[in-house]
Design a protein around this ligand. Structure first.
Ligand code: AKG
Ligand code: FE2
Length: 270
């Protein structure tokens, strides 16, 4: 949980307000972004995660926009795009700082992860989740247990809890702390660090009173970059993961049923 991160509180408030307005737009206004678009389409809108491969669907509507290296974002409601642009840029700056610290914690040069992922042209997905109140919240999920695709996910929520992380085998609530950003370590960091950092299992639960919104920025390597355990770490140990182009991992993850860390397990070496 990051506080004193330098992102102005009123920017986050505006972002939440506009995010709510987007999801409240009439369905016809959002049609152009919908209908099961490919994960590399610049802007996608839909329900659940990947309905074609799911046995059960999830109680969530989403907007997903690829916001880096090219900034794509809906032009409605008015003002949303500008707020999202500013937020996306600020999150990239934070992401970079965190990756520098993580590189150092692995005993590497601070720009090591940055360089090996070509983070300067790294892929960023801007995900806006909306979970309406659910009449029987204990019978449904907003999102099932999963780990995220990229290196670092930076998440903020509208003051209403629902995010849980798996910690020592138990689900623990990540209660919203005002003006804070939650950092979730993701799969590509587990691969690069050869398992020293782990992609965190998390899920979203529901409530029957209030609409919850979370804005989730998935920061990953450049799409064309092949990612495997860092060479410096392999001097004394065996690789735990196969190398794979981020683009292929990304497409695979977005088309697979969300279930635990099943995408990552596909590239794990025994
Ligand atoms: O809404 C949340 O708190 C979690 C969202 C999430 O895990 C995701 O979008 O990947
Ligand atoms: Fe997630």
């Amino acid at each position: 949980m990051l506080t004193n991160h330098g992102i102005p509180e009123n920017l986050v408030e505006k972002l939440m307000e506009k995010s709510r307005e987007f999801h409240d737009l009439p369905i016809e206004e959002k049609k152009e972004f919908g209908d099961n678009k490919s994960p590399l389409e610049p802007i996608r809108h839909g329900t659940s995660f990947c309905p074609q491969v799911e046995k059960v669907h999830y109680w969530r509507d989403y907007l997903k926009a690829n916001t880096f290296p090219q900034f794509n974002f809906p032009h409605k409601p008015p003002g949303y795009r500008e707020v999202a642009y500013e937020y996306s840029q600020k999150i990239r700056g934070l992401g970079r700082k965190l990756l520098e610290g993580i590189s150092e914690s692995l005993g590497l040069a601070s720009n090591s992860i940055f360089e090996s992922t070509e983070f300067d042209s790294g892929h960023q997905v801007f995900v806006v989740n909306m979970y309406p109140p659910c009449p029987q919240p204990h019978l449904a999920l907003g999102l099932p247990p999963h780990s995220d695709i990229g290196l670092l996910t930076l998440l903020t929520q509208n003051g209403i809890g629902g995010l849980q992380v798996k910690h020592h085998g138990k689900w623990v609530n990540v209660n919203p702390v005002s003006n804070s950003i939650t950092v979730i370590l993701a799969d590509q960091l587990e691969v690069l660090s050869n398992g020293r950092y782990e992609g965190v299992l998390h899920r979203a639960i529901l409530n029957n009173e209030e609409t919850r919104i979370s804005v989730v920025l998935v920061n990953g390597p450049a799409l064309g970059k092949e990612i495997g355990p860092l060479a410096e770490l392999l001097e004394k140990e065996k690789p735990l993961f196969k190398s794979m182009k981020y683009q292929d991992y990304f497409k695979f993850h977005q088309r697979t049923r969300l279930d635990d860390k099943n995408t990552l397990y596909e590239i794990r070496l025994n």
